[in-house]
Design a protein around this ligand. Structure first.
Ligand code: CUA
Length: 177
């Protein structure tokens, strides 16, 4: 029984059974395979986003986002500004209780630097239906270089529980041909 002391007091000096040592080696080698798989799939699988992050205050971030909206707003959708920034530019999406602001319109096949930051606390950027997931923190400016490959309307769903309005925190990204 495991709760009684081992009959051999110095059990750690006993020879290890051959089958046990084989399993330890197998498990160790498999661990190495799985670990190198993470590195391999980051490079070859094109599944992980390559992103940058910088420190920024919510106030400074909101200032940049507001300036972008003032410069590139093309219309309104139910009170929410729709912006159409030029390809290659810096685009700011604001996460706050409980909205994604503003609605962004991209052009298919063009690259943008999409910035994400929160004004209050942790939100989750989940782009549907492509299923890109990123945490959006206050105090950090996360920059993702994106190139939309499909046109249409995409949803931004908050996937970190952020309070009473969490389920209503739904934004929009449009991609034009
Ligand atoms: Cu924002 Cu949940």
């Amino acid at each position: 029984m495991a709760i009684t002391p081992p009959p051999e007091r110095i059990w750690w000096n006993l020879p290890v059974a051959r089958s046990e040592i084989v399993w330890i080696i197998v498990a160790f080698l498999w661990g190495l395979v799985m670990f190198s798989g993470m590195v391999y799939w980051h490079l070859e699988g094109e599944q992980n986003l390559s992103n940058e992050a910088y420190r920024i205050t919510p106030e400074a971030y909101l200032e940049k986002a507001t300036a972008m909206v003032e410069q590139y707003q093309v219309r309104e959708d139910a009170g929410m500004p729709v912006v159409h920034p030029p390809p290659g530019s810096d685009v700011y999406l604001v996460a706050r209780l409980w909205q994604w602001w503003p609605i962004i319109e991209f052009e298919k096949g063009q690259s943008y630097r999409l910035h994400l930051s929160s004004m209050d606390w942790l939100h989750g950027f989940s782009l549907q239906p492509v299923n890109i997931n990123l945490e959006v923190h206050p105090g950090y400016d996360m920059v993702v270089t994106i190139t939309p490959t499909d046109s249409g309307e995409f949803g931004v769903v908050c996937n970190e529980f952020c309070g009473i309005g969490h389920h209503q925190m739904i934004g929009k990204i449009l991609v034009t041909e």
